[in-house]
Structure formats: structure tokens, C-alpha cells
Design a protein around this ligand. Structure first.
Ligand code: ASP
Length: 313
């Protein structure tokens, strides 16, 4: 089975003209770093679960992406991060919601999967468990970045004035995620996010909801989504795609493309990266762009932001 890897760094109305070549190059470089981190695992014969963990950790460390360092703020100027991870061979899954502490929220999700006996933990109880589990913790200042604080300030001012929302989605939200298939044919998915700017404290998105923003099942597909979390939850987006493959015999391409198009009709903008037991990664979105990338069978890295041809690196 040829290994495969795809990642995303968030979807939305990324302004094509507002992004300078230097800025675009920085996003491409961040995506390539994450692809290399995940691919090193797979090329060495490692597990899909480790590959998605490493790829997402790299994106969490990059302040350009809304996860870990660089996450967006709530209305209370706090940071509340969500993440999930899942393995397709046995449906093992772990997720965490509303935390600020672990340097890598994806590792927090994985510790919950492997060591808590639970699937989803939230808030202070989750943080206490993760401290006890020995995860690397960072102070809130580590996650906070000036441009995300400025984005919150602008959004709070806009909400107070009642003005129309003219922001780009890149300003407002994001999310990072990865899907991988290893040499044994096992699939895995992981997603990590700060949610969206000026979300209410306590709000939880689709990323940590198994079957909504994150899902992996060897018999159908692995999926990591980004976009309007509430809509992805209400339509159980990832599980819906898996069900169409399993029960209706649809291809991943068709099921993922149809579901993303249907979500758009309900106000759900965004996209996803996905993999099935065979074949190349499927990356789809209904928004203007999605930071994304995949590794081709020959090991070449492909990254893109809008609908332009992929850059190879
Ligand atoms: N899906 C994420 C959430 O709702 C946000 C995003 O991907 O932009 O928390």
C-alpha cells in the first residue's frame, strides 16, 4: 500500500490580492514543513497516527496558522483550543476542547485517547489530567500573537458598531489538520484549532467532535475539516462522507465533493482533506481558498492556497 499524506491550514475567503508574494511564500513554507514532518514518519515505515501527530504539531508551532501558537481569541480575550485525533483500524479516538496550556493540543488529544479511558475531555479537568500525564505546558503568552489580538480588537469594535462583517476568513478563523495512510493501509486523522475570533468563551467547534470535523475508518476514509464548525457539526460532515462510501458505494471524491457542496447551501463554508484505503488524497473546499498540501507518491510536496495550480517543492 503506498503511504499518503495531506494537510490543511484552514479555509475561507483568503484574499487573493491582499496576500503579498512574501506572505504567500511563508504559508507555503509552513505547509511544506508540516508535510516533511509527517512524511518523514511514513517514509521510515512509521504509523499513520504518528504522521498526523507530527504534521499537526508543526502547524501548531507556526504562528501563521490558527492552532497552538497563533490561536485566535474569544470575546473575553482568552484562548480556548480544540483538537482531535483518530485511528482508522480500530476507531480509537481522543479529543480535547476549550484548553489553554499544552503546547501541542494534538498531543493532548492523543494522550486522552491513549491514557484517559475517555474520548473527549474539556476545560480544567482536561488540563489537570494532561498535566498529570506529563505533557509540555506553555503559559498563555506563548499562544498569544499580536495580530490575533488586533483581529479581536477590530472584531469587538465592529460588533459594537453593528457594521457589516467585511473581514477575510483568514482573519477570523482557520484550523489545521492532517490525514495519513501508512504502509499497513491504516488511516488516521487529526485536527487542531483555536476556533474563530470572538467566539463565546465555552464555545466548542467541529474539530474535536468525532464524525463532524475529524474521523478515520479504514473501511471508508480519514477526514479532517475546516470551516463553519456549527454547520459541520449539524450535518455530521465527516461521518456523512464515510457513510456514503460505506453504504452507497460512492468514491471518496464524489462523497466529499457532494457533502462540501451541500454544506455550502446551509451556510457552511470551508473544506477538508481526506484519504481512502486506496488512491490519492482528496482535498476539496467550497470557499475561495484553503491552505493545503499533499505528498505525491514519488515524495514530491505539493502546496496551494487558492485554485491556482499546486506549487511543487
Ligand atoms: N472549524 C473550526 C471551528 O469551527 C474553525 C475553522 O476551521 O475555521 O472551530
Amino acid at each position: 500500500m503506498p503511504p499518503a499524506l495531506a494537510i490543511h491550514g484552514g479555509a475561507g475567503t483568503i484574499p487573493a490580492l491582499g496576500l503579498t508574494e512574501t506572505e504567500a511564500a511563508a504559508y507555503h513554507a509552513g505547509l511544506r514543513t508540516a508535510l516533511r514532518a509527517g512524511w518523514a514518519v511514513l517514509a521510515g515505515g512509521g504509523a499513520a497516527l504518528d504522521a498526523v501527530t507530527e504534521a499537526v504539531k508543526a502547524l501548531e508551532d507556526d504562528p501563521l496558522f490558527n492552532a497552538g501558537h497563533g490561536a485566535v481569541f474569544t470575546t473575553a480575550e482568552t484562548l480556548e483550543m480544540d483538537a482531535a485525533i483518530m485511528r482508522g483500524s480500530d476507531h480509537a479516538a481522543g479529543a480535547v476542547a476549550g484548553i489553554c496550556g499544552p503546547r501541542h493540543p494534538v498531543e493532548a488529544a492523543r494522550a486522552i485517547m491513549e491514557r484517559s479511558g475517555h474520548v473527549l475531555m474539556a476545560g480544567a479537568g482536561a488540563e489537570a489530567f494532561l498535566r498529570g500525564a506529563g505533557l509540555e505546558f506553555m503559559p498563555p503568552e506563548y499562544f498569544a500573537t499580536a495580530w490575533r489580538r488586533e483581529a479581536l480588537r477590530r472584531e469587538l469594535a465592529r460588533l459594537a458598531s453593528g457594521a457589516e462583517d467585511l473581514r477575510s476568513d483568514a482573519d477570523r478563523h482557520g484550523t489545521v489538520g492532517a490525514v495519513a495512510r501508512d504502509a499497513t493501509g491504516t488511516l488516521a486523522a487529526a485536527t487542531s484549532t483555536g476556533g474563530y475570533t470572538a467566539k463565546r468563551p465555552g464555545r466548542i467547534g467541529d474539530a474535536p467532535i468525532i464524525g463532524a470535523g475529524t474521523y478515520a475508518d479504514n473501511a471508508s476514509c480519514a477526514i479532517s475539516t475546516t470551516g463553519t464548525g456549527e454547520i459541520f457539526i449539524r450535518f455530521t460532515a465527516a461521518a456523512e462522507i464515510a457513510a456514503r462510501i460505506r453504504l452507497a458505494g460512492q468514491s471518496l471524491e464524489r462523497a466529499a465533493g457532494d457533502v462540501i457542496a451541500e454544506l455550502a447551501t446551509h451556510g457552511g463554508d470551508g473544506g477538508l482533506v481526506s484519504l481512502s484505503a486506496t488512491g490519492a488524497p482528496v482535498l476539496v473546499f467550497n470557499s475561495a481558498g484553503m491552505y493545503r498540501g499533499f505528498v505525491a507518491e514519488d515524495g514530491a510536496l505539493h502546496t496551494a492556497i487558492h485554485r491556482e495550480p499546486y506549487r511543487q517543492g
